[in-house]
Design a protein around this ligand. Structure first.
Ligand code: GAL
Length: 326
């Protein structure tokens, strides 16, 4: 009798773990080699019919940096990965696009530091692929934007330098390239209280003096900027570290603003935590005006390499942005 019960218990346990594994595979993106896509805080470059996905490589042990006011969970800075796809479904691993340096903590992209939210744009004039990213120290006191270049979309990229645009702090960031070829760096600044948008130089390698302060004293981060019907839409999160919160969006007639704030674009159960995720990028769907993919991270702060992704359809209808969770 006892052994029969034990048998049933063992089978139930086995089924439970099998189902859990399947659910995790479903929730994750898998590349052409069957490995989970390791590209967090990601961005996409669409170039000559191919999508290139770039993101933070998170691997190794997660640890808590002591003496911080917030839950500063970290993994070694693993550099930036690249994956390519023709259909957004099948992803080919292209390798490490930007490799971190090792053994010199004074270097911006040393494994002991922070490399987050890499975004790549192509400069048709210089024929260079330009990667911008947030580089920091593990206590986030450095607050700079780093830039790297390559002559091939998938890299390898050569790290150039980092800057504080016009002397200002730059943490969570994104890059936006407009139809007229102008490009902008958008970043959480002023101790994360206010965002800034800065026009980049023609070669995209440096900030210019043209910048604006937006979402003043609104404490926003995780910016994702996109254009629809001639207007500029900026999705951001609130500042709660790795823990999810409600997204909001803001709309402007120019990338530099001014931005008018609206509420949460997310709809349905879980909208108040952006479906347990945080924005990173909004990708336009080619040939489908008003249709986008909202790309977000589901952080697992206790085991950061296990962080997952959430990609949902985003629509802009008559100026209103909606992201439906299902
Ligand atoms: C989040 C931010 C992430 C990362 C994290 C560190 O708020 O969006 O990119 O910097 O904080 O705690």
């Amino acid at each position: 009798m006892v052994s029969r019960r034990l048998q049933i218990f063992a089978i139930t346990l086995m089924l439970f773990f099998c189902c859990r594994t399947l659910a995790q595979v479903k929730g994750n993106l898998v590349d052409d080699k069957g490995h989970f896509v390791n590209a967090h805080g990601a961005g996409v470059l669409y170039h000559n019919g191919t999508y290139y996905l770039f993101g933070e490589i998170k691997k190794g042990e997660t640890w808590l940096v002591q003496g911080q006011q917030w839950e500063d969970y970290r993994v070694p800075a693993g550099g930036v990965s690249c994956y390519s796809s023709k259909d957004l479904k099948h992803w080919k691993y292209e390798g490490v696009a930007l490799a971190p340096t090792k053994g010199d903590t004074s270097k911006d992209i040393d494994t002991s530091r922070v490399i987050e939210r890499p975004k790549v744009i192509y400069n048709a004039k210089t024929k260079e692929y330009v990667m911008w990213m947030h580089v920091d120290k593990k206590d986030y006191s450095y607050s700079q934007s780093g830039v790297a270049i390559s002559y091939k979309p998938a890299g390898p990229y050569r790290y150039l330098r980092s800057v504080k645009p016009n002397g200002n702090m730059a943490r969570d960031m994104t890059v936006f390239q407009d139809d007229d070829g102008k490009a902008y760096l958008i970043y959480s600044s002023e101790q994360n209280k206010t965002m800034q948008v800065c026009l980049l130089s023609d070669d995209y390698l440096a900030p210019t003096k043209t910048f604006s302060r937006i979402l003043i004293d609104r404490n926003r981060e995780a910016p994702a900027l996109f254009k629809s019907g001639g207007k500029y839409y900026l999705i951001t999160s609130s500042c709660t570290g790795w823990s999810p919160n409600a997204a909001t969006y803001a709309v402007a007639d120019s990338p530099l603003g001014p931005y008018k704030e609206y509420g949460n674009p997310c709809q349905g159960p879980g909208a108040e935590t952006t479906f347990e995720a945080q924005s990173t990028f909004v990708l336009p769907l080619k040939g489908k005006p008003g249709n986008f993919i909202f790309m977000a991270d589901r952080w697992n702060k206790l085991d950061l390499p296990k962080s997952d992704y959430l990609w949902l359809p985003l629509k802009v209808d008559d100026g209103k942005v909606t992201v439906d969770g299902y």
